[in-house]
Design a protein around this ligand. Sequence first.
Ligand code: NAG
Length: 329
Amino acid sequence: MAHYITVATTLRFVVLFCISLVSCFARLQTFKHPAKADGSLSLLVVGDWGRRGFYNQSKVALQMGRTGEKLDIDFVISTGDNFYDDGLEGVNDPAFEQSFTNIYTGKYLQKQWYTVLGNHDYRGDAVAQLSPELQKIDSRWVCLRSFILNAEIADFFFVDTTPFVDDYFVDPDHTYDWRDVLPRSRYLATLLKDLGAALRESTATWKIVVGHHAIRSCGHHGDTQELIEQLLPLLRANNVDLYMNGHDHCLEHITSLDDSIQYLTSGAGSKAWRGDVKNYNREALKFFYDGQGFMSLQLTRTDGELVFYDVFGKVLHTWKVSKDHHSAI
Ligand SMILES: *[C@@H]1O[C@H](CO)[C@@H](O)[C@H](O)[C@H]1NC(C)=O
């Protein structure tokens, strides 16, 4: 008798296990990255970079290496447009090594690079950038369309923003690799549903969302209306601290007058668009720089500090926030 009960129990366990497995697979893939022993976290953020070292890409890379050492960084985030002009041609495209492996050579840059795709990446073989084959060439490379990075005190939510932008679908100027994205409405609905669930479940002190396109920007492309309408409500509802992006080839920090999200553009990894700036609410715009550079982020359980640097490694802008008092300096 006892034997049959055991079988029934085991069967029930197997069925439950299968159900939870299925629901796991439907979710966004999650990576874990340990924080430092004292619980803190340091990282660099760079975007719009892959130009075989040209347009000051190598100079920015050199300074990232120096700052990376000073801050003892844990990892690097790329906000997309990893390879210009048209992404990679395939997994054997030499641009991967010419624009990534051979450029970011600093000792402290030999960490995981958590990476999203930009619109230029979709102009080539987008699937190639997601391929594990690239990790065999350079093990730092972690690129998925949308995923979660659980780094103890902080959860990072990487969002594939290119499929949100109408212009790339309506009379596009270029061809885009929409494999695994079409039908678009289903792709976006699933992504928003999974992201919403992940944000709600997150118990991390810091919630940080990363995409290629800006929600708020006073640079060349400006705000992304599709993201304001579809993505921003989720960020607001779930007390996201920072939204970090590239796309505009500049460095900028915008605060919102209606919520507590900081909007950060780090899209100055190589070619910059000097002088291309839109009028923006002066109260909301904390910092704008239209030359090359990158950003760092340091987090503890109670405090956050972000810094923007230029091509010489010079500090351009610093911003600090404390979780204890909800005060910004
Ligand atoms: C490289 O950076 C320097 C210093 O900001 C700038 O003067 C120069 O125009 C940049 N070069 C290119 C090709 O963008």
